[in-house]
Design a protein around this ligand. Structure first.
Ligand SMILES: Cc1ncc(COP(=O)(O)O)c(C=O)c1O
Length: 441
């Protein structure tokens, strides 16, 4: 008899941001007129942002270049000239950086980098994850380990800063921990961490000889008077450090699938160095990352219009995030930490305000029945129940906070909607629906 195809580790793969897309699909099958306002995926394009003209110009020039090079494969780790530019950029931004271009890897978006990085962690070693987190990190780490993720708490009562005591106590009680993941600026919370937080994390990494994996994909998106501080600057050459960056969020081109990994301080520790070499080898099996976006990376970032565009993007993101926060702050039952970076916010429901009898009116009987069935099962989180009722009743699609491994119930929204009319409508409707839901039982 043939052996089984079913992989028991699948239970550890979770990505609620897009799992809810299947639910939307079902609702549309029941009612083809069902209209959705997607607040689940951080894609600026669907929220009215356009690719700047200078980026389109660079793409056009590259496509029309004689020889059609970008239609062929690139070097598996990314073209050496482009990787040299990344290493040089690192030194330009952070003068203490000693990044060597041989330790820069281009990947098909950071999604592919995240998979490869956790894939090559030796069996039995664990990388501790923040809670809440961007689910790809915790989910891939947990899938590779075949066990629930080991997590440290981000504290919503202190602007979502890492709870350093909790982090240290987790490290002490889990000697298999070999590294710490952090995301700054943060998805899903919109928090931006200052130098003291980074310093505390580095001290722990030094004390317990751990590597740090710093996802800085949103590093150019910081506002409300905050300033971005990179792990590269604070860590110097004290700890093994992996930094993730990419194009997906720097310009509205997440479909370009272009990200890169920077392995800093490779000579600090032979174990870490052999891990870096293993990831480099693993990346060869991906063949190469999408050639076109990679090829224009240096010219895009060095273009005089990039800085101008980035400033206006941040100014508008700040305005949108603050308008949304003001609306949500009007609800007593919510605890709102304003976003200071990236383009997300995760309001939490105050303790005890949710229960499993609350509902919202749903006009279409087929949709009502579907949602009632979906939330009836055992173990459905209270914030997931809220998110499903909200979706079915208003079309607004948020992701429950528990989908980001949060131990506090809430929901994550994007702060990207550019159209003021749509934005006002969405958040007026959302606040009304929250009030109705909370008063329904
Ligand atoms: C923190 C973080 N890291 C990585 C990614 C993945 O980005 P990419 O589009 O490059 O795969 C995202 C996407 O939302 C993210 O929020």
């Amino acid at each position: 008899m043939r052996t089984s195809f079913s992989n028991p580790k699948v239970q550890f793969l979770r990505y609620e941001i897009r799992e809810v897309v299947d639910v939307v699909q079902k609702l549309k099958e029941i009612d083809p007129e069902f209209k959705v306002i997607g607040e689940n995926i951080g894609d600026p394009i669907v929220k009215g942002w356009r690719v700047p003209a200078f980026v389109k110009q660079l793409i056009t020039e590259e496509i029309q270049r004689d020889g059609d090079a970008v239609f062929g494969y690139s070097h598996s780790r990314g073209n050496p000239g482009i990787r040299k530019w990344v290493a040089e950029l690192s030194r330009r931004l952070f003068p203490s950086s000693t990044l060597d271009y041989e330790y820069v890897l281009f990947t098909n978006g950071l999604g592919a980098a995240i998979s490869a990085l956790y894939n090559m962690v030796p069996h039995g070693s664990r990388i501790i994850q923040p809670a809440p987190t961007y689910p790809s990190h915790a989910s891939m780490e947990s899938f590779e380990s075949g066990a629930e993720p080991i997590m440290y708490r981000l504290d919503p009562f202190r602007n979502w800063e890492p709870d350093i005591d909790d982090l240290e106590s987790q490290i002490k009680s889990n000697p298999q921990i070999a590294g710490i993941t952090m995301i700054n600026p943060n998805n899903p919370t919109g928090a931006v961490y200052g130098r003291p937080v980074l310093e505390q994390m580095i001290r722990l990494a030094e004390k317990y000889q751990l590597m740090i994996l710093s996802d800085e994909i949103y590093f150019r998106m910081v506002y409300n008077g905050h300033k971005f501080v990179s792990m590269v600057e604070v860590a110097g050459n004290r700890v093994p450090l992996i930094v993730l960056r990419g194009l997906s969020k720097d310009v509205p081109w997440p479909g370009g699938r272009c990200g890169w990994v920077e392995f800093h301080n490779v000579n600090l520790d032979s174990g870490y160095r052999s891990y870096c070499e293993a990831v480099k080898k693993r990346i060869l099996l991906e063949v190469c990352s999408v050639h076109l976006p990679q090829a224009i990376v240096p010219r895009l970032y060095d273009h005089p219009e990039f800085a101008v565009w980035n400033r206006s993007y941040n100014a508008e993101l700040e305005k949108i995030a603050n308008t949304i926060a003001e609306r949500l702050e009007s609800i007593e039952a919510l605890m709102v930490n304003r976003a200071n970076g990236a383009f997300y916010m995760m309001p939490l429901f105050r303790e005890g305000v949710l229960n499993d009898r609350q509902t919202l009116q749903i006009g279409n009987p087929g949709i009502r029945k579907f949602v009632e069935q979906e939330v009836a099962g055992p173990g459905v989180a209270l914030d997931k129940r809220f998110a499903y009722y909200l979706l079915a009743s208003t079309g607004i699609c948020v992701v429950p906070a528990t989908g980001f491994y949060s131990s506090y119930p809430g929901f994550r929204i994007t702060t990207l909607e550019r159209d003021e009319k749509i934005r006002n409508h969405t958040y007026l409707r959302l606040t009304e629906a929250i009030r109705e839901y909370l008063h329904s039982a």
